[in-house]
Design a protein around this ligand. Structure first.
Ligand code: HEC
Length: 101
């Protein structure tokens, strides 16, 4: 029983940050156009992470794009600016996207 609880606590402490970031993405309306593993209006976060994997400045670049919006990377549909997202949250979201596999 004790061991089960310890395992559970460890599992939760690993999963919790990712879930917090999904909640943040949901609250910032990102999930209206994006899903983790399939294309909606915008690319899936999995595809984004794969495209920029190994690029050192990926988080900064994506964070800037999340705030300002942008077009032309994934197709003809542009992403509008997300003015409700501040710098810190944009970095957090970009870093989270880059962890998705
Ligand atoms: C109205 C729909 C919409 C919303 C809302 C939206 N996106 Fe996007 N997003 C897009 C589209 C469309 C693209 C592809 C743009 C392109 O081809 O350059 C995109 C691209 C991206 C990319 C990849 C950028 C690149 O240069 O490869 C990331 C990361 C991203 N969005 C994150 C977010 C986050 C985080 C939020 C919430 C703050 C968000 N998006 C909200 C539609 C949206």
């Amino acid at each position: 029983m004790k061991r089960t609880l310890i395992t559970l606590a460890m599992t939760l402490s690993v999963a919790a940050p990712a879930m917090a970031d999904l909640a943040l993405a949901t609250s910032k309306n990102c999930m209206a156009c994006h899903a983790v593993d399939k294309k909606l209006v915008g690319p899936s976060y999995k595809d984004v992470a794969a495209k920029y994997a190994g690029q050192k400045d990926a988080v900064d670049k994506l964070a800037a794009k999340i705030i300002k919006g942008g077009a032309g990377v994934w197709g003809p549909v542009p992403m509008p600016a997300n003015a409700q997202v501040n710098d810190a949250d944009a970095k957090k979201l970009a870093a989270w996207v880059m962890t998705i596999k």
